[in-house]
Design a protein. Structure first.
Length: 74
């Protein structure tokens, strides 16, 4: 088995990965690799929050309707 010498090991610069596409980002202050990735991430986040809000609003309405159904058809 060959030993790996320190000179043979590749140099990996300190970096982060894009939140959306996982591409390496060399600037440690950035979270996204491009404006396109950031826009797509924000769009998906807004969509997810809207869906969450709609679900949280619809459950009490459904429970209220289930409660009223027997009173209406009595």
């Amino acid at each position: 088995m060959a030993k790996i010498r320190k000179e043979d090991m590749p140099i990996v610069f300190k970096h982060r990965h894009c939140i959306w596409c996982s591409a390496p980002v060399l600037d440690m202050g950035k979270e996204f690799c491009s404006a396109k990735c950031e826009a797509e991430y924000r769009r998906q986040l807004r969509r997810r929050n809207l869906l969450y809000f709609a679900m949280m609003l619809s459950f009490p309405v459904m429970i209220f309707m289930i409660y009223l159904l027997p009173l209406i058809f009595k």
